[in-house]
Design a protein around this ligand. Structure first.
Ligand SMILES: Cc1ncc(COP(=O)(O)O)c(C=O)c1O
Length: 377
């Protein structure tokens, strides 16, 4: 019998990190005085330089959002034909391929990391394959070494969707240092954000020049369009928000780590609730707190728990359900078959992201965990 009270207001999966209002007004005042609102102004240049430092990479370009950044990355790398990717991701990953007339080929994932299974990638390579597009799901790094070995063996590009992996490191090496290009999303739901926004990190200066051209209509300084680009520019006000939030990011990660550890402690002994642990050698960013619900032991399915939590005003998320391979536009691809994706299908049916942000109190976490404990049948 549940006797617990829930939350009086909806308790959302996340709450954006915000800069202080007085420093935001000061930043906006500076932009107003400059009369420079977009087109590679002072704030964008400063943000690009500070982000390159923070992410430990030489070449970086900021964008209006992560999706347009990913679309431009495919074009900048001159991808063609087929791209091997994961179905366990947000729609933007496979949709950016479709927008570039590329065919996604879905490869199954690993049971423990939820990332593309590198041991299966080679079996999908054909003469049409031009790249691998893995995702560092929930900020947990892919097996970057094996992926690079495969790419080198077959002459493929590697484009990482690092939307969740801001600030993550593998043995002190920044995540942005792997592959040809990585994409970071700066949407307001992400740990670091510019309200909407994104960035590409690039492994050489000519790629940086090319993405800068493509995000600005393909326009060269002498007013000639050298190739058909699009508009992917970030504006000055949003770049200014990013500069202010970058100063707060380490503290946000520290607070989320503490919340994550409390969740782990309180849920450790709940039968049927499986936790995801830190990986040795990885500097995590604690951007998501994800559990797997094992129905036989817990007594409720993931979907039943999701609904039950709503009764307590707890808004969890089924990231990522449905799989991209089940979308109407991709479900007829051979690689979308359930037989090809047994692990991804199992994981998508059982994962649940619980609320996590740096403004949560210990009381909030305790309340959510008590409810999860008591809902067990
Ligand atoms: C894995 C993944 N890829 C791509 C995106 C797209 O990023 P954006 O929302 O900045 O366009 C997101 C998030 O929104 C995401 O979670």
């Amino acid at each position: 019998m549940i006797e617990l009270d829930g939350f009086t207001e909806p308790f959302y999966i996340t709450r954006p990190l915000l800069p202080e209002l007085d420093e935001t007004f000061k930043m906006i005042e500076e932009i107003w005085q400059s009369n420079h609102l977009s087109n590679n102004g002072k704030m964008v240049k400063q943000l690009e330089s500070e982000l390159a430092d923070f992410l430990g990479i030489n070449y970086l370009s900021v964008f209006a959002n992560g999706t347009v950044a990913l679309q431009i990355a495919c074009k900048a790398l001159r991808l063609s034909g087929e791209v091997i990717t994961t179905p366990f991701t947000f729609a933007a990953t496979s949709n950016c391929l479709n927008w570039n007339k590329l065919q996604p080929v879905f490869c199954d994932i690993e049971e423990d990391t939820f990332n593309i299974n590198p041991d299966l990638i080679e079996s999908f390579i054909t003469e049409k394959t031009s790249a691998i597009l893995p995702v560092h799901v929930f900020g947990n790094p892919c097996n970057v070494e094996i992926i690079q070995q495969i790419a080198d063996k077959y002459g493929l590009k590697v484009l990482y969707d690092a939307a969740h992996a801001f600030g993550v490191k593998i043995n002190d090496k920044p995540i942005a240092a792997f592959g040809d290009i990585s994409m970071f999303s700066f949407h307001a739901t992400k740990i670091f954000h510019t309200i909407e926004g994104g960035a590409l990190t690039l492994n050489n200066s000519s790629l940086k020049e090319r993405v800068d051209l493509l995000k600005n209509f393909g326009l060269k300084s002498d007013n000639t369009i050298v190739e058909p680009g699009t508009n992917g520019k970030l504006n000055e006000v949003q770049a200014g928000i990013g500069i202010l939030l970058l100063k707060k990011i380490q503290e946000e990660i520290r607070m989320r780590k503490a919340i994550t550890n409390l969740y782990r402690q309180l849920l450790a002994d709940v039968p049927g609730v499986k936790l995801i642990h830190d990986v040795k050698g990885v500097t995590h960013n604690y951007s998501y707190f994800v559990i797997r619900v094992e129905q036989e032991e817990y007594g409720l399915s993931r979907d039943e728990l999701y609904k039950a939590l709503l009764e307590f005003n707890i808004i969890s998320r089924k990231y990522f359900f449905p799989l991209c391979s089940d979308f109407q536009c991709y479900k007829n691809l051979i690689s979308s078959s359930k037989l090809n994706l047994p692990v991804a299908n199992r994981v998508a049916e059982s994962v649940l992201s619980l609320p996590l942000h740096g403004r949560m109190s210990n009381n909030d976490v305790q309340k959510i965990c008590r409810i999860i404990q008591q809902l067990r049948k």
